[in-house]
Design a protein around this ligand. Structure first.
Ligand code: ATR
Length: 298
């Protein structure tokens, strides 16, 4: 939706983050609203951390329909909400707020978006599967809780800082009962564990643009066809990590699906309507190409 279409009845939602200018979400959601003929608009709001409380209070005050929450506010926003959906509370992060008649409801569509992308793009269902997670930061947390709550049989963690992985593993085990284990980092990862898992998820920032030649060290020779390897990075679309997995005949996927489906689920929470997935996907693809063109001109 462009400015000529905005009128007195337009429902407004948006993104609170700092920074927000590189986000693909405004284009993705506005294309979806337009496709569905909804008089809605999605705007970026650069909310400095010092202003988060006032900005969240502004959601009902300004009658916003809802907002997405991104870095660095996903944890700090939780005590400011009226209700937090149990999965989001467990993850300890909210990325979507719905303004329900003045009550602020918090959700985490990142984790659910990841599970949906696994199903849609790799026909992967987590129930009774074994997973290896590389990394133990915020993204790993959302992914690990969602996999555990979706019935994963075991989750193995490996992280540069072992202690961080131990803490996350303990929390997952206590909250979800899932079998967890912390494995050595890098080339010391036991090959038999790598061979045993059904899914590997790379959640660190290693290999993200502009450091595209970086990748976590990994015993790739232990991978075998039948496994799925996912890297949450989507700039570049195929990290060095994914290239190495792909060379061994493994089904690979990047993080674009997670970005898409977290948006799809947020759209559905706000509007109560089915999201136009294909339109949102095409818009994301176009945004990626546009951002690449801009990068190459730098
Ligand atoms: P995000 O929210 O994107 O997950 P984060 O919470 O800062 O970001 O987590 C970053 C993850 O990438 C962590 O697992 C981090 O490992 P540490 O716990 O050891 O810090 C990992 N990471 C980041 N840079 C890394 C590097 N150069 N080598 C190995 N791991 C790295």
């Amino acid at each position: 939706m462009g400015f000529p279409d905005i009128n007195g009845k337009t429902r407004v939602c948006g993104l609170f983050g700092f920074p927000v200018e590189h986000s693909f979400s405004p284009a993705m959601h506005n294309a979806a609203f337009q496709n569905r003929g909804l008089n809605w608009a999605y705007l970026p709001f650069a909310v400095h951390p010092d202003n988060l409380v006032k900005a969240v209070q502004g959601i009902p005050s300004l009658n916003l329909a809802g907002v997405n929450i991104t870095v660095p506010h996903k944890q700090r926003v939780i005590p400011l909400l009226d209700e937090v959906e149990p999965t989001a509370a467990k993850i300890g992060a909210v990325n979507t707020i719905v303004n329900s008649d003045g009550k602020l409801m918090g959700y985490n569509t990142d984790g659910a978006g990841f599970i949906r992308s696994l199903a849609e793009e790799a026909s992967f269902q987590p129930r009774d599967q074994r997973v290896l997670l590389i990394g133990a930061g915020g993204a790993a947390r959302a992914v690990a809780f969602s996999l555990a709550l979706s019935g994963c049989k075991a989750i193995y963690f490996t992280n540069r800082t072992t202690e961080t992985a131990r803490e996350l593993a303990k929390e997952i085990n206590l909250n979800c009962g899932t079998t967890v284990e912390v494995l050595s980092w890098g080339l010391k990862l036991p090959a038999e564990k790598v061979a045993e898992v059904d899914l590997v998820v790379q959640t660190t920032s290693l290999g993200m643009w502009p450091h595209t030649q970086a990748a976590p060290e990994f015993p790739f020779a232990a991978l075998h066809p039948g496994q799925v390897v996912c890297d949450l990075i989507y700039t570049p679309r195929q990290t060095v990590f994914l290239q190495q997995a792909s060379a061994r005949g493994i089904v690979i996927l990047n993080g674009l699906g997670m970005l898409l489906y977290q948006g799809v689920l947020a759209f559905e929470l706000w509007t109560g309507q089915r999201a136009p997935v294909e339109v949102m996907k095409e818009t994301l693809e176009r945004q990626l190409i546009d951002s690449k063109l801009k990068e190459s001109k730098l």
